[in-house]
Design a protein around this ligand. Structure first.
Ligand SMILES: *[C@@H]1O[C@H](CO)[C@@H](O)[C@H](O)[C@H]1NC(C)=O
Ligand SMILES: *[C@@H]1O[C@H](CO)[C@@H](O)[C@H](O)[C@H]1NC(C)=O
Ligand SMILES: *[C@@H]1O[C@H](CO)[C@@H](O)[C@H](O)[C@H]1NC(C)=O
Ligand SMILES: *[C@@H]1O[C@H](CO)[C@@H](O)[C@H](O)[C@H]1NC(C)=O
Ligand SMILES: *[C@@H]1O[C@H](CO)[C@@H](O)[C@H](O)[C@H]1NC(C)=O
Ligand SMILES: *[C@@H]1O[C@H](CO)[C@@H](O)[C@H](O)[C@H]1NC(C)=O
Ligand SMILES: *[C@@H]1O[C@H](CO)[C@@H](O)[C@H](O)[C@H]1NC(C)=O
Ligand SMILES: *[C@@H]1O[C@H](CO)[C@@H](O)[C@H](O)[C@H]1NC(C)=O
Ligand SMILES: *[C@@H]1O[C@H](CO)[C@@H](O)[C@H](O)[C@H]1NC(C)=O
Ligand SMILES: *[C@@H]1O[C@H](CO)[C@@H](O)[C@H](O)[C@H]1NC(C)=O
Ligand SMILES: *[C@@H]1O[C@H](CO)[C@@H](O)[C@H](O)[C@H]1NC(C)=O
Length: 492
């Protein structure tokens, strides 16, 4: 049954021929258990230095300004009620085709090293031949194509909402609300720190774009409790991070890729921290997946209510939304989640946290069942499992979304036939059973990335597609013409 549901899946097994020999066996004869005497006696109760490290007077050079001040007010204002003055994604004056035709591998992609020696003359000592941007050309930290420009502009839209969102939660909930969710004053300071990280990220991306870098917008959030705020944050940072992994290695400007990876590594930590605050396993996967830009934009756009006049618009597609029966991470027993326990109708809306106390895991102290904030949780009953029924409902295209309702959902796909699961290094398809107009179901697939790493886990991505096209992480965006609708799955 389970294996039958897997129709096609990606693999990089061509690389298997190059797999190294098994690694050295484990060490033997070590003296275990180690016995190390721990200090005994009273712990410290008075604080402050008892001695001084020598120091000299130092002054910092003046810091470069950030583009945004630190916003601490409540800025969300609900849905946009006006009429858009512009509609649709930015389009080029000419569009050359409907799909990208597949090509054979690049003829220059042939390097293979079978003797462990350097194959070409080294340019200088200790420096093997090759690499890009290694021949002395001066780095230029600016976008270098429309692709780069639109990708970084999308990234900037994402950084701006994160800046507003993290501060907004701190502004609308009281310290007591946070305590009820198990989060202390130090945790709130940490969230505020993460918001400040976003001011730096937004400044960096703005600088790499130039004068048309988009400004901050006004947002419309789905949460009404701290748990729902945290749940929304872990979802939003998931697609923020995955959206960048999807395009970063396709950028024309390696310099921009360098800076961007140094900011997205920080965002990855934010995502993990928000999962920990929700009492989820911090990182229940071995690889963080990448998604196309139009996917990230589809997830993000519904939460932007309006942008200032003249805000640079984006060229990416907004796909129709796909809703499904996500498990509620606030439940002791995620199996008991009712068919619709989200707090709203947008794709990434968080699960309802105001369930009856005797069904909630937030204040449970039993190992395996608690979902209060922790470094790591180990749920005895996982959020989801292979073979789980996943009910699907999707929208027809043509719906206004995003800032000022000025973008419109669209799809170029044919008849819906498959459910695509994008997690880790994999794209896996299961068959879609249609039960009504834009309604159907499938079952969560089984399968591993490598043995011991079940591929469907964490906060991940699902799409309804018209075909089971074979794609791998570096050509995943070729899925876009086949996407009927797009959803988010809380697998673990
Ligand atoms: C997942 O991806 C890995 C790496 O590409 C591949 O080896 C594996 O077969 C894939 N697993 C499934 C179930 O598709
Ligand atoms: C230096 O490398 C870049 C690619 O990183 C290449 O475009 C450029 O032509 C090279 N310049 C010279 C002088 O070889
Ligand atoms: C979007 O709405 C804002 C606030 O009402 C307005 O200032 C702006 O001009 C609108 N932009 C567009 C493109 O309609
Ligand atoms: C929008 O851009 C136009 C053309 O560049 C400019 O004339 C106008 O003043 C700008 N409006 C705002 C509100 O910035
Ligand atoms: C949840 O449902 C799955 C599949 O029906 C089942 O295997 C598992 O035991 C259930 N868990 C609990 C705690 O009932
Ligand atoms: C899935 O949908 C069917 C009806 O199509 C319904 O009977 C069932 O309860 C739903 N299950 C879940 C878990 O939402
Ligand atoms: C959340 O669940 C509670 C209890 O079932 C219910 O009263 C409340 O209306 C739900 N909230 C939302 C936003 O659906
Ligand atoms: C769980 O532990 C916390 C902190 O120790 C305590 O405040 C709470 O009352 C405990 N909850 C239960 C249900 O025992
Ligand atoms: C955590 O989960 C693993 C795998 O499900 C299990 O083997 C282990 O016993 C669990 N640990 C605890 C402390 O429950
Ligand atoms: C996801 O990972 C967690 C933590 O390792 C594990 O308990 C759970 O069973 C995994 N879920 C699936 C569907 O494999
Ligand atoms: C995507 O890449 C894989 C190789 O990793 C290739 O086998 C597949 O044909 C490509 N898909 C398309 C549609 O080009």
């Amino acid at each position: 049954m389970l294996t039958k549901t897997i129709y096609a899946s990606t693999l990089l097994s061509a690389f298997a021929i190059a797999a190294p020999a098994p690694q050295v066996p484990g060490y033997n004869d070590a003296e275990f258990p180690l016995t190390v005497a721990q200090p005994t006696g009273q712990p410290a109760s008075t604080f402050g230095p008892g001695s001084q490290i020598a120091a000299t007077e130092t002054t910092a050079p003046s810091a470069p300004p950030r583009r945004s001040s630190v916003v601490t007010g409540t800025t969300s204002h609900g849905p946009y009620e006006g009429t858009a003055t512009t509609t649709g994604a930015v389009k080029a004056s000419t569009t050359l085709g409907e799909t990208i035709a597949p090509l054979p591998p690049n003829p220059t992609a042939t390097y293979y090293n079978s003797n462990g020696q350097l194959q070409k003359p080294a340019p200088v000592p200790y420096t093997p031949n090759g690499g890009l941007g290694t021949n002395g050309t001066e780095p230029r930290y600016m976008v270098n194509s429309d692709f780069d420009y639109e990708s970084i502009q999308l990234g900037l839209y994402q950084e701006w909402i994160e800046l507003d969102l993290f501060n907004n939660g701190l502004a609308v909930f009281s310290p007591e609300d946070f305590i009820e969710a198990g989060l202390t004053a130090e945790d709130r300071d940490y969230i505020a720190f993460m918001a400040n990280q976003e001011t730096g990220h937004a400044t960096l991306l703005s600088n790499m774009l130039g004068e048309t870098a988009a400004p901050q917008c006004t947002y419309n959030y789905p949460f009404t409790t701290v748990r729902e705020f945290i749940d929304f944050n872990q979802k939003l940072t998931r697609w923020g991070e995955s959206g960048v992994w999807g395009f970063i290695n396709h950028l024309d400007s390696r310099e921009v890729g360098q800076m961007l990876s140094q900011s997205i590594a920080t965002e990855a930590r934010q995502q993990m921290s928000f999962r920990q605050m929700l009492g989820l396993h911090p990182q229940p996967f071995w690889f963080s997946t990448g998604i196309p830009q139009s996917w990230a934009w589809t997830y993000l756009a519904p939460y932007i209510s309006s942008c200032p006049q003249n805000t640079t618009r984006l060229a990416w597609q907004n796909f129709p939304k796909l809703l499904l029966n996500n498990p509620n991470p606030n439940r002791v027993s995620p199996n008991d989640t009712a068919s619709d326990e989200k707090v709203g109708e947008r794709i990434a809306d968080p699960s309802n946290s105001t369930i009856p106390a005797d069904e909630s895991c937030v204040n449970v102290n039993t190992t395996g069942y608690s979902c209060g904030p922790a470094i790591a949780r180990n749920r005895s009953e996982p959020l989801t499992f292979p073979g789980r029924l996943v009910n699907l409902t999707w929208e027809a295209p043509g719906v206004p979304v995003g800032p000022n309702n000025s973008y419109v959902t669209s799809t170029n796909a044919g008849e819906p036939a498959f459910v695509a699961w994008v997690a880790q290094l994999n794209l896996t398809y299961t068959p879609l059973t249609i039960t009504g107009e834009n309604v159907g179901y499938t079952y969560q697939p089984a399968g591993d990335v490598y043995e011991g790493d079940p591929l469907v886990n964490g906060t991940m991505f699902v799409a309804i597609t018209d075909s089971d096209l074979y794609l791998t992480p570096f050509n995943l965006s070729m899925i876009n013409p086949h996407v009927v609708a797009l959803g988010l799955y809380q697998a673990g």
